[in-house]
Design a protein around this ligand. Structure first.
Ligand code: BG6
Length: 529
């Protein structure tokens, strides 16, 4: 989709991945498994090195062994084949470094110079910040101290989320990064943008003549975007207590999906063209006045409950969480995009931890037909059209439409057409990090956040953050783990005469032919209309 990844060319320039936080969880679970998959698929440049760096003490051997465990647990490839792993691991090293100490950066610079010598070429250097945000400044400062940021053609920096904590901190961070790197050298990650099904939103909208003419306020009643998770917060209380669901998922992943649904067709897939069209959406989102926050946003926190039959503890009893924490683990917002295409069409975004399923879905609800010629009796089971884009775990698209129910009389009934990636294509979908890492290697920033995108996204949620900070909650916890969130969220959408859509692809992953929930949802009257 992005300009460069339209081609399948294998990047040819020697490349070094310098991973700060090379001893951390992200490297172990995501980055190195993704790099290994790219290596197996022969998509990495022929000459490459991975230099992990961090505080922990690893020998070369123990570091490679640790990464191998991660690859075997988390990569699509599963158990690493001996020969492939040995070839891959021969390119992996670890350097113990304290990021507050300039000596560490001198050692990194020396290592990079030695790599260049071994390649007989100047390598592209990707500095990956897989570290908590407090480390961003010392690392960028350290790189600048060694002039490792200077070579604009070869130095790139990848910044993981969270990108700031609010609008001010995001601005400051952008300013600071901008002092040391050009915008074209900076790759701000939102891993949702690397997901195949998220990229597919553009293919679906702009690769078909069918949908674009009806993709507007005339035909669309409203849009729901859900990112639901079964997991709690695991061991991330240090981060999550300060973040909460609004910052963690809505400010980035959900707003980016909204942009893809709402953006105008780009003129080309040039990275700035696509990103500009997305920023235009964010800029058009109607600002929420402080006294309107209650009508446009709902928060929740999970109490005790059960997930898949297992009892789980309330958020406030998770390790590291304050017993009176007011951090939200559920958030729902209603946004309007003030432009000709979308005026007054609500976009409902919701996310939560400890919901009944891990499921991400976009549901486009179409308006009812403007005039019903059929007699009332024919319409008892009829439903407006709907398009569901399943992002995960099921990957596909589903279209609901009306047909005549077989029988002597005229009666309408909803049916569905479905497309599943795993049925239509026999190839594996790459993990988001595979796509994103490859794009950084190629120097394609289409799927990364530009500085103004991050700031405008913070502007959108800033009023909600402000009000939620100043008005303490009195009703937390307000939903049971394993439920679809607080009752307040149902009341919130019911005020508009609508209801949350039961995620359509729920349970479909077990067996497509007996997709029970989808069948009930589509075939029985009275459910999820
Ligand atoms: C991360 C959030 O950005 O996305 C996590 O910080 C969340 O809290 C995760 O669990 C979800 O990602 P995915 O790809 O599993 O949907």
């Amino acid at each position: 989709m992005s300009a460069a990844n339209l081609s399948t060319a294998i990047p040819s320039k020697a490349t070094v991945f310098v991973i700060f936080g090379g001893d951390g969880d992200l490297t172990w679970r995501k980055l190195v498994p993704a790099l290994y998959s790219l290596f197996l698929d022969r998509r990495l440049p022929p000459q490459f090195k991975i230099l992990g760096t961090g505080r922990k003490d690893f020998s070369e051997e123990s570091y490679r062994q640790r990464l191998r465990e991660g690859v075997e647990r988390f990569s699509a490839a599963g158990k690493a084949d001996e020969k492939n792993w040995t070839d891959f691991a021969s390119n992996v090293s670890f350097l113990q470094a304290d990021f507050s100490d300039p000596q560490g950066f001198a050692a990194i610079a020396a290592e990079l110079a030695a790599y260049d010598e071994s390649f007989s070429a100047k390598a592209v250097r990707l500095f990956y910040l897989a570290v908590p945000p407090v480390m961003f400044k010392p690392i960028v400062g350290g790189l600048a101290g060694e002039k490792l940021n200077r070579d604009r053609g070869h130095a790139r920096i990848v910044v993981e989320k969270p990108f700031g904590h609010d609008l001010d901190s995001a601005r400051q961070l952008n300013r600071f990064l901008g002092e040391h790197f050009l915008e074209s050298q900076i790759y701000r990650i939102d891993h949702y943008l690397g997901k195949e099904t998220v990229q597919n939103i553009m293919a679906f909208r702009f690769g078909n003549a069918l949908f674009e003419p009806i993709w507007n306020r005339r035909y669309i009643d409203h849009v729901q975007i859900t990112v639901a998770e079964e997991e709690g917060i695991g061991h991330r209380s240090g981060y999550y207590e300060r973040a909460g669901a609004l910052r963690d998922i809505i400010q980035n992943h959900l707003l980016q999906i909204l942009c893809l649904i709402a953006m105008e067709p780009p003129i080309s897939f040039d990275s700035d063209e696509v990103r500009q069209k997305k920023v235009d959406v964010l800029r058009a989102i109607r600002p929420i006045a402080p006294d309107q926050v209650g009508q446009n946003a709902v928060r929740g926190q999970y109490g005790a409950g059960s997930i898949r039959g297992e009892r789980v503890v309330p958020y406030r009893s998770e390790p590291g969480v304050a017993p009176d924490s007011s951090t939200e683990t559920f958030a729902a917002v209603r946004l309007f995009v003030d432009n000709w295409r979308w005026q007054d069409v609500p976009f409902y975004l919701r996310t939560g931890k400890r919901l009944p399923a891990r499921i991400s879905e976009v549901c486009i609800h179409f308006r009812a037909v403007p005039h019903q010629a059929f007699p009332g009796a024919a319409l008892a089971d009829s439903r407006p059209n709907r398009i569901v884009m399943a992002i995960q775990p099921e990957e596909g698209i589903l279209l609901r439409f009306e047909v005549k129910h077989p029988g002597p009389s005229m009666a309408l009934a909803p049916v569905m057409m479905q497309f599943y990636y795993r049925e239509a294509f026999k190839t594996r979908s790459p993990e988001a990090y595979e796509t994103l890492l490859l794009d950084v290697v190629r120097g394609d920033s289409t799927l990364f956040m530009r500085s103004d995108q991050t700031e405008t996204a913070w502007e959108v949620i800033a009023p909600i953050l402000e009000v939620w900070k100043s008005v303490r909650t009195t009703d937390f916890p307000n939903y049971h783990a394993g439920s679809w969130g607080p009752e307040a969220a149902d009341i919130f959408i019911a005020r508009d005469g609508r209801s949350w859509t039961l995620p359509t692809f729920l349970q479909c992953s077990e067996d497509l032919a007996t997709c029970r929930v989808a069948r009930e949802f589509f075939e029985q009257p009275g459910q999820g209309a």
